[in-house]
Design a protein around this ligand. Sequence first.
Ligand code: IVH
Length: 679
Amino acid sequence: MQDAAGRIAELRAQIRRHDYLYHVLDAPVITDEAYDALMRDLRALEAAHPDLVTPDSPTQRVTSSAVAGQFAPVRHPAALLSLDNAFAPDELREFGARIARTIDSPSDYVVEYKIDGLSVAVTYEDGVLVRGATRGDGSTGEDVTANLRTVAPIPLRLREPLPGRFTVRGEVYMPFAAFNRLNADREAEGLPVFANPRNAAAGGVRQVDPRATAERRLRAYFYDILEASAQPPSQWVLLATLRELGLPVEPHARQFADIEAVVEALPAWREQRAHLGFGTDGIVVKLDDRDSQRRLGTTSRAPRWAIAFKFPAARGRTRVRRIWTSVGRTGVLTPMADVEPVQVSGITISNVSLHNEDYVRDKDVRAGDHVWIQRAGEVIPELVEVDVAARDGHEVPFVMPDRCPVCGSEVVRLDGEAAHRCQNPACPAQVQGFIQHFASRGAMDIAGLGPKLVDRLLQAGLIRDPADIYSLTLASLTGLERMAEKSAQNLLAQIEASKKRPLAALVLALGIRYVGERVAEVLAEHFGSLDAIMAASEEQLRDVPEIGDKIAAAVAEFFRRDAARTLVGKLRAAGVDFGRAVAHAAPGPLAGQTVVLTGTLSSMPRAEAEARLKALGARVSSAVSASTTMLIAGERAGSKLAAAERLGVPVLNEADLTSLLASAAAAEGAPAPTGEHRA
Ligand code: IVH
């Protein structure tokens, strides 16, 4: 039988390999579920063997920062230089000509995207991440190690144990998808939105609580070595070296024979930007050969061998037709500008969000104004500027309504919030928004239930809350005007299928404040069933990795509400799948574990071991299968042990079991039960 240390080492190696395949090579070979299962096994084994946990284990990304609330200064091993800028092809040519004056026959150039994030320096000692710092003033930055550890593509350990110190420089950024989701969540929560992904990433890296950084789903690319025992001979080899070490490198970097070739390729670089999924504000052109770089040297600010070429932001000028307020599912009022349709880098824009009252005031945008619209990183439409000079006096300033434009109830702006909210939970806009959210793709995924149909069902009095969807019948649906029997049948089939959606989808569908896709996944994974989540105390919720105080409070508060309890009761009665059952209502520290016992135990009867495992939230089953998360093998274990080894199920011995029970009981805050069964 393999010992725990060996199995732990093996699991870590597997997880690191999959991290590398996913984040560096962009070629994952297993599903997310299979990856999660490996992480789960590793967590279980580490829970049983706390002494074997090391800081570079893949389970140790979210740790607590040393000193909350302040970041210690870090002196960089070499200055994090800036770059000179070029805005026109001729300025690039001039850069090439300057180089040719010093270097007889210049080498190739390497061109990389200039990633629009924030610069960081990450240090490895003997291959293990020991420090992460912001750029700061270039020579001294801030220690943000605990936060950078949560950035998934940054390896906690390099693929080679490079002796000594090795410091790399790169850019931490937020992909557009994560940015859009973050802003949508913030808008719904009444928090000010971020103007662009760079600000959101910078704010993320400077969070006091690393769990908050983890929630931002930041990414990173590396492009320079600041400190190493040996430097690669060229930028091109440097990028390859970083990649081999397991550090993510932006994959579009290319070599060009001379500056003219770079100039020719500019339109292609620019066109490709829109498909990257993250913000770039240009490209960086670097002379490849390192000896030549050294001969050219640097100014106090920037290297002479590299230059940034900035793409002009695509802008369109148009006119604001009107400003109106939309009401979202959480009651938040969002001012929207309808504009005369305008083309900006290939798409037609006819409206843009003005986010909240403060934003409208800051921009001083009025109905009738001429404005410039820009797409952040060529993607997200944003109103950048009002052409104040073009005003003729007929422009109408926006006033936030004091009554909800949908239901007429009072609108309030809570202290500390940027948003105004309609206070009526029965507001049709809120109900409509909630049902729409419930049926949306990441949630219950009922594609046929679009906004128009939800409206009609509400009007007809057929539904009043999301659970009513499950009492729709063929007769009630075909009773609606213009509803063919075939469409009704399709819709009913989709509704039926939605009952089997995974638990994370159901948790997301409930529309709990602060519970987006990621948090829903974490809760589902940790607790295993909706009942277990509902039964969890605020403290138990807070103990879940990645769940902060704010989320824990919101989840606990949600399930205390009568309306939520009624809704959940209706969903249960309708037969919606609430996730795999756990042995007891309160989720213990072993929730989510499926344990099989085999062989003879000497320190306690098998029944006692079973009862204690169950009391801590584990499911105990009699046969080993793919869903078994650990096998506990006593003396003379036989076929179950063989089966577990064949399936790669972690195997614990009796001593492991004793320490697992003790540490799990400690985690639950209860003394380890002695003899008495608690199940
Ligand atoms: S090279 C000596 N390469 O752009 C090395 N910088 O405006 C100097 N940046 O502060 C930097 N992507 O934060 C380099 N591929 C890339 C980059 C990049 C983004 C940032 C970096 C720098 C800023 C300069």
